[in-house]
Design a binder for this molecule. Sequence first.
Ligand code: AMP
Length: 175
Amino acid sequence: MDLEKHIRNVPDFPKPGIQFKDVTTLCKNYSAFKESCDKIIKHYKKKGIEKVAAIEARGYVWGGVIAYQLGAGFILMRKPGKLPANTIIETYELEYGTDSIEMHSDAIEKGEKVLIFDDLLATGGTAKAACNLVEKSGGTVEGIAFIIELTGSLHGRDKLKGYDIFTLLEIPVEE
Ligand code: AMP
């Protein structure tokens, strides 16, 4: 199946110049959603993943399914102020300003093997922050999986050197 056909491009969202890759058109189609989940699960099946950490909010749609099928626990990485108990936080640079993600400080046990999941890799800042959260809690990042990798000028992979990255679709970023 051509999964890329199920990605909707929304020009100028959330601001002018951004080509937003909308994955809601992929997950609303059962066959496309199943195939996208199955490919990621197959790739990580034998890697001994103990926790899947997904990033708010689209990451959760796939993350829970992947965790369940891998026999792993599921961890929520959220925007600041949303998680109720003690958290650890990572702040990262955006083009203008900064952003942060948080995780419960007891979400990961020392030595646990963690798979990070998000819908899309752009500059890699969010995923790198997620890796830092996992490592701060003593976990090891076994892999980082995405539905879409934007290729070209953003160089997201450069920020994630040394990590195992698995992406289903490579889409050139349109300037
Ligand atoms: P980055 O930290 O630059 O790799 O950005 C990745 C995060 O921003 C992911 O959580 C994506 O959901 C979101 N994102 C960034 N650029 C886009 C885009 N063009 N289309 C859809 N989501 C995006």
